[in-house]
Structures are given as C-alpha cells and as structure tokens.
Design a protein around this ligand. Structure first.
Ligand code: ADP
Length: 614
C-alpha cells in the first residue's frame, strides 16, 4: 500500500522511462509547445549538418576551380545557415521557458495541497526536511529535465542518426570506422545508468536528511543554545554533509568514467578516419571535399555524442525526483466521507471487535453529547503485538457537560482528544456526536462542530485577526478575544492587525495559549476539546481565563485534558485514564477521596506532570 512507504525505502529496480512517464499529466497541457520546441531544435541541428555539405561543395567546386566569387557565395551560405541555426535555438528556448515554470508551479501547488490533506499519521512518519526537499530541489530538477535533457536526448539522437547516415552516404568505409565505438559506448551507458540511478537516489535522500537537521536546529535554536548543544549539532550536520559529499563524489566519479569513454572513443575513431581518409585522398580514391565534409560532420556530432553522458545523468536525477515526488503524492489522503478510512482502520487489524450494542445506557432522544464506545486505538506504525494506547475506552460526556481527563504522562490523553476531530482514526469502536458516528460526517461538518486547542499553540505568520478567525466570521473576533482574556492584542503595535508568528512579533507562551483558546471558541462550536489549555498561564491570567472559560463551558460540551486541580475544577466531572482504560469517573472530590492514583496525580505536583509509570 502506498501509505506504508517511508522515505528511506527506495525502489531500487525501476524503469527510468516508466517513472518519467508519470509526469505526463503535468506536461500534457504544454505538450504542443514542447513538441514544437523539439521540432525546432531538430530543425536547427539538421541545419548545422548542412554546413559540412556546403563546405564539400566549396572545396570540390569554387576552391578547386580557384573561383573567388564562388567562395564568397559559399561563405554567405554558411553565414545564413549559422544565423538560422542560432535563431531557431533561441526560439526553442523562448518556447519552453514559460510553460515549464508553469509545470513546476503546478506540481508544487499540488504537492502542497496534498500535504494539507494527508492524515496526521503521515506527517508523524515523514521528516519535514524530506517533504521540503521534495517540494524544492526535486521539482527544480524536474523543470531542468523537461527543459533540457528531455528535448536534447531526442534532438541529439535524431542528429546523430542523420549525421551518421550523411557520413555513410559520403563514404561508407570511413563511416564504419566512426561507428566502431558505438557498441562499447552503449554498453558503458547501460552500466552507468544503473549505478548512477542508485547514487542519485542516495544523494537526494541525503539532501532531505540534511534539510531536516537544519530545520530542527533552527526551530529548536533555544534548546540547542540553552543546553550548549551547538557543537554536537554542528558535528551531526558535518557528518551528514560529509556523507552527502561522499555520495556526490561517487556521482562525479561515475560521470567522469562515462564521459571519459564517451569522449575518448569517438575522438580516437575520428583520428583513425582522418588518417585513413588522407591516405585515400592521396591515392585519389576520395575527393578532398568529401573528406572535409566527412570530418566536419563527425566534428559536428561531437557535442551531441559528448552530451549524452550528462543528459543521461540529468534524466536519472529527474527519474529519482519523480519517484520521490510521487511517493508523497501516492500517499492516501483523508477519506471523506469516511467509508474508506473505516475500511482502512479494519485493515490495520482491529484488536477488539466493534460492539454491536452501546454498553452505556443512553438517555432517549438524539441529543446525547459526546460518546466514546469501546474505542481502541493503536498508532498505525506501532508494532501489531504492542498493547494499544487506548484499550476499549467507554466515555460519555453529556450535552452541555464539561469532563476533565486526567492521567499520568503518556497515558494517552492527547491521543484520546486527537480522535475527536479525527486527526487519527480509531482502530476499533466508535465515537459519536449527538448520536452520529463521526466517521459518517463530512470533515467539514465535523470540524465546524468540534473545536480544538492544543497544548502547543501554533501561530501562523499572519495577523492576530487571521490567526484567531481562521476563516470564521469577522463579527466573532472581539467576543472570542474577550472570552480568552486576550485583550492584550489591542496593546500590540497594530492591534489585531499585528503580524505574529515566525515572520512577525514573538508572543509569550501564555499569550499564544490565549490566542489558541480564542481560535477554539470563535466559531461557537458545540463541542470543545482542550488539551491542557491553561498550562502556560501565570496565576493571575489563569484566574481570568478560567473565569471566561467557565462562561464558555456553560453552553458547550467539552473534553478538557487537565493536569492541575484548578483546571479540573472547571469541569463538572473527571475521568481518570490509566493503562489505556478509563478506570474511574466522578467528581473531583469523589475521586480525590476514593481513588489513590488520582489523589497522587493531583497532590504530587500542582503544576501537573509527574512521571507516574504505568
Ligand atoms: P499524554 O497526552 O497522556 O501524555 P499521549 O497521548 O501523548 O499521552 O501518548 C500516549 C502514548 O502514545 C505514549 O506512549 C506515546 O509514546 C505514544 N505516542 C504518542 N504520539 C505518538 C505517535 N504519533 N506515534 C506513535 N506513538 C505515539
């Protein structure tokens, strides 16, 4: 299955041509221009091959007859032919430049769009540097391939065939001498192609790894500096770039070998033809003009032959780039509506069978809040025999109720919350919103009804307004900011239009958390899922946000991951997650009195996390 491909698994045996053919859908819209350009280039090349024939005519005609006017006329022909060749090549370049940058842009846009649709599980598995290098270096290689090797492998191939025919027609013995190296050159090309393809794949993957290291150390610069890790980080970088350098050198050696063969053998053949030709001209078996024409044709073919080495190398790199591009594009995006992913969940090997009957007694009517029924979850990349992160979880959050979820670090709280907006798919069991299975809703509907705020609030490089609204109604902005106690934004240089995120103003952890909270409540969602929404707030702000949250929670159904009593107290009831199961549900005080694990979690560290191993 395509989704099981990871970046490190590279297909070794592939057909270069078949791989490159996958580019056709992108090339199709510009095919007319590309074919015209190739035709123009073939024409230009063939014009180049007429030049030796004019030379032959000059040597055997006007020069032999000592006719200056004829020589001038010949020179004029040569000038016109040269001009026509240059103009046609220029025209070719003009023809392809614009459509090919269009192809590159289209492919990049498709890749980006696809990445947005791929499930979180995919992004968990793929290093971001690998994705980044596929969207940049690889696509650039593809554009260069379409602009150059694709056309010139064809053009040069045709030129070589036409040139060889011309030479054979001039004099077939000399022609055969020139053709002798063709066999060893072709054998070298085949051997080279296989080896180079492997080296090219390794190099492009290593660029991805290097990008990942750079990205991580830039994003984590505070940790790197704070822990004095810059030297070891630099060492890791040097090791990786040393590895890449080794691979690039291996590529260069391969290229040098094939170029050596491709350049030397034909030169030797031309030399041999020259000697043989001179002897035959001296013997009067061959006209001087024919020898001149023959040798100039052979020389004119030098570039088309010499270039084959690096054209093949570039094609190999392009095939690798195509392969890397489609590895991402072939990954299956989130299905919508969910019939497909339900099947995928089943295919992953559900541990527990779905219960036919809900095991929690539900009140009559459809308005039944948020319900987890027999939910088992195992991360898709976890070994199949490992215990599931969530094991047959049953949990009912009644309409309008707020439920706090408490558990030791690593007990699966974040995982449980991520299942509600379907960032991950349940392995078995089901989750319903007001009686409707979330996998039966469209993602749009699901995400309009459920809002989430994560522990790590992410701000995009955009204004405060855009960050909070994220497409929601403008009128809601002030109310949401008020609820989240995020009035500090009005004191920013441009108020709600201040740029924040990577390219803008840096906000404190507490400020970012309040914006994330505002973002969660802006669309007046029916269901709110908050992953420790108050963790980065100071005591005073926390009190203010709590007060505001209390108002919000009054009319939504909410699931709140909580680490400290103050957050727990916002909720009506608490559920304790332990060993992948809900082991207790009740009010804070009930659990505090009756459940030692809960009491321990709440008492041990008011700030929250304490390593309690399962
Ligand atoms: P909590 O929020 O309670 O601290 P998590 O839900 O983050 O716990 O993690 C529960 C378990 O799932 C942990 O053992 C963690 O290592 C594992 N886990 C978390 N995220 C992933 C992931 N993306 N892929 C595989 N395992 C994961």
């Amino acid at each position: 299955m395509a989704t099981t491909l990871t970046p490190s698994e590279s297909a070794q045996d592939r057909s270069t041509v078949r791989t490159l053919l996958r580019l056709w859908p992108y090339v199709r819209p510009v095919r007319v221009r590309l074919f015209t350009a190739a035709f123009v280039a073939i024409l230009a090349s063939c014009i180049g091959l007429v030049i030796p024939l004019v030379l032959k005519w000059m040597v055997d005609g006007p020069i032999a007859d000592r006719d200056p006017a004829g020589v001038w006329l010949g020179a004029l022909y040569l000038l016109l032919l040269g001009l026509a060749e240059a103009l046609l090549f220029g025209f070719r370049r003009w023809l392809v430049a614009r459509p090919l940058s269009h192809v590159e842009a289209e492919m990049r846009a498709d890749l980006y769009g696809h990445l947005q649709r791929l499930p979180v599980a995919f992004h968990d598995r793929w290093p971001s540097g690998q994705l980044l290098s596929r969207g940049t270096t690889d696509l650039m290689l593809l554009r260069m391939f379409l602009a150059f090797p694709l056309t010139f492998l064809l053009v040069n191939g045709v030129t070589i065939v036409v040139g060889v025919i011309i030479m054979l027609v001039q004099d077939w013995t000399l022609g055969l001498v020139i053709l002798v190296p063709a066999v060893p050159v072709m054998v070298t090309c085949v051997v080279f192609e296989k080896k180079y393809s492997r080296a090219a794949r390794a190099a492009q993957d290593q660029v991805g790894d290097l990008t990942t290291v750079v990205e991580e150390s830039v994003l984590g610069i505070r940790v790197v500096k704070g822990f004095g890790r810059h030297r070891s980080q630099a060492r890791a970088f040097r090791a990786l770039s040393g590895r890449l350098r080794g691979t690039e050198l291996r590529k260069a050696r391969l290229l040098a070998t094939i170029l050596g063969v491709i350049v030397t053998l034909p030169e030797v053949a031309i030399g041999a033809a020259l000697v043989l030709g001179c002897v035959r001209v001296a013997d009067g078996e061959l006209s001087a003009g024919t020898l001149v024409a023959f040798l100039s044709t052979a020389l004119a073919l030098r570039w088309p032959v010499d270039s084959i080495g690096f054209l093949l190398a570039m094609s190999q790199e392009a095939a690798t780039a195509t392969e890397r591009y489609f590895e991402v594009m072939d990954a299956v995006p989130e299905a919508d509506p969910a019939a497909g992913s339900r099947a995928a969940g089943a295919a992953r090997g559900s541990a527990a069978p779905r219960s036919a009957e809900p095991r929690i007694k539900l009140p009559a009517g459809s308005n039944v809040g948020l319900l987890f029924e027999n939910v088992t979850f195992r991360y898709p990349d976890a070994p199949p025999d490992s215990p599931p992160v969530l094991d047959r979880v049953d949990l009912h959050i009644r309409p309008g109720e707020s439920l706090a979820l408490v558990g030791a670090t690593g007990s699966g709280k974040t995982t449980l919350t991520a299942l509600v907006p379907r960032l991950h798919e349940v392995t078995s069991g089901r989750i319903t919103l007001d009686g409707v299975d979330i996998t039966a809703m469209s993602r749009e509907e699901l995400r309009s009804r459920v809002a989430v705020a994560f522990e790590e609030p992410t701000l995009f490089s955009a204004t405060v307004r855009e960050n909070v609204l994220m497409g929601a109604d403008e009128d809601e902005l002030e109310r949401a900011l008020g609820v989240a106690q995020a009035d500090f934004v009005h004191a920013l240089p441009d108020g709600v239009d201040t740029q924040v995120g990577e390219q803008g103003l840096s906000l404190s952890g507490g400020q970012r958390q309040r914006l994330a909270l505002a973002r969660a409540v802006v669309g007046r969602p029916d269901f709110l899922v908050l992953d420790d929404p108050l963790s980065a707030l100071d005591v005073h702000t926390e009190a203010a946000v709590e007060a505001a949250l209390r108002r919000v929670l009054a009319d939504t159904t909410a699931l709140i991951v909580a680490h400290r009593p103050s957050t727990v107290l916002l909720a009506d009831r608490v559920a304790l997650l332990s060993g992948g199961r809900i082991t207790a549900v009740g009010t804070h005080h009930e659990l505090l009195r009756g459940n030692p694990e809960y009491a321990h979690l709440m008492a041990a560290d008011p700030a929250g996390e304490r390593e309690v191993k399962r």
